[in-house]
Ligand binder design. Structure first.
Ligand code: SF4
Length: 370
């Protein structure tokens, strides 16, 4: 069966901060986007606040790709969410914002005042900073993600960023690097040896949800085809069934998505599966109303939780998780499953236990060779 590849992004220009031309990322951008205008800039515009743009300023910010030097720390602990069980995760941000446009994307609020689509040019600083931390704590096992404020792979065909990072991280004894995506942009990964240290993880939803609310992302079949190619290329895989959306008929759509998923890949090589329901702050919901007024995600009933996020009522969440866990266990009996940003009570009702602390959960997610 031929699987349609996702459409390329339509950038209007690349804006290069002065001094970033010596970066390997600049070289990759020049090579991959030969027909696009490149403009030299002294500084990066904040994007969403650009006075020249009226209407959807957040959407407009995605059309200029900035290459700029990152001035702060690259490496930090995942902030998690207050009162929720955390999985002891670290993040590295090599880009900011995303060329895709999911209606529920929290970046619409998180990056509202700094929405420019940026890729950071100083890869060598990133690697040096990671190396200082990993070398200083060889007894600690690090699970590191790159998809906190961007999609890890959507920009890869243009920037080649991940191709620059994998050789370093694959050689480290105490790390798993997770690349989380809704794209099918895995070509550059397949030329590299991940040495068992790289997890490529897909955020998954049934095709009807992708069609309505995950604009510009790869189809479900394209994500699964890319996952299979990565597995064949020696990569570990992860799946995040998140955000799960409740709507009439959700059970059959999610059940059939899980069946497709576990038919496409060998679940024994899955590193982890996470589950999470739709969550939005009231502020994000206001932005969604402006940008995606026809989204069905604006209508379901939700309650405000202690971390300031709206979620479905707890009994509904528990029911959704229990059904998903049952379907997953039937197909993949021993795969590691965790809940993302959920309370202890929900954990207990779904699994009969809650991790005693975040380190405990982090260790459970660490691979067997740890
Ligand atoms: S793929 Fe992720 S980062 Fe990109 S728009 Fe969708 S939710 Fe946001």
């Amino acid at each position: 069966m031929t699987v349609a590849k996702m459409a390329p992004f339509r950038f209007e220009e690349v804006a290069v901060e002065q001094g970033a031309e010596s970066s390997p990322i600049y070289r990759n951008l020049r090579r991959s986007l030969p027909d696009l205008p490149f403009r030299s800039v002294a500084d990066v515009a904040p994007g969403a606040n650009a006075a020249s743009v009226s209407g959807d300023r957040f959407g407009a910010a995605k059309r200029t790709l900035y290459l700029t030097r990152h001035k702060g720390d690259f490496f930090k602990k995942c902030p998690g969410s207050e009162g929720q069980v955390c999985c002891n995760y670290f993040v590295i941000n090599f880009a900011s914002n995303c060329p895709m446009d999911c209606s529920y994307c929290y970046l619409q609020e998180y990056l509202a005042d700094n929405a420019s689509l940026k890729v950071f040019s100083n890869v060598e600083d990133l690697i040096q900073e990671a190396d200082r931390t990993l070398a200083r704590h060889r007894g600690v096992f690090f699970r590191i993600g790159t998809g906190e404020i961007t999609d890890s792979l959507a920009l890869e065909p243009y920037t080649g960023m991940v191709g620059e990072l994998i050789p370093y991280f694959a050689a480290q004894p105490n790390v798993l690097l997770e690349l989380k995506t809704k794209s099918d942009c895995v070509e550059s990964l397949l030329k590299l040896d991940p040495k068992g240290r790289i997890v490529v993880a897909w955020s998954m939803n049934p095709q009807p949800v992708i069609d309505l609310d995950e604009h510009g992302t790869a189809s479900l079949s394209a994500r699964l085809a890319a996952a299979r190619r990565c597995q064949d290329g020696g990569y570990r895989l992860g799946f995040h069934f998140d955000p799960m959306i409740e709507y009439p008929g959700w059970e059959s759509d999610y059940h059939s998505m899980l069946e497709q998923t576990f038919e496409a890949i060998d679940w024994r090589k899955l590193s982890w599966v996470s589950l999470g329901v739709l969550r939005q702050t009231p502020g994000l919901k206001r932005t969604m109303r402006e940008r995606f007024p026809r989204s069905a995600l604006l209508t379901g009933e939700q309650v405000l939780c202690p971390d300031g996020k709206l979620r479905y009522f707890q009994p509904l969440r528990v029911e959704m998780y229990r059904k998903m866990v049952g379907w997953i266990r039937r197909a993949a009996p021993t795969v590691k499953i965790y809940l993302c940003m959920e309370s202890r009570e929900v954990w207990e009702q779904v699994f009969g236990f809650a991790p005693s602390c975040e380190k405990d959960l982090g260790n459970q997610m660490a691979p067997d060779f740890h």
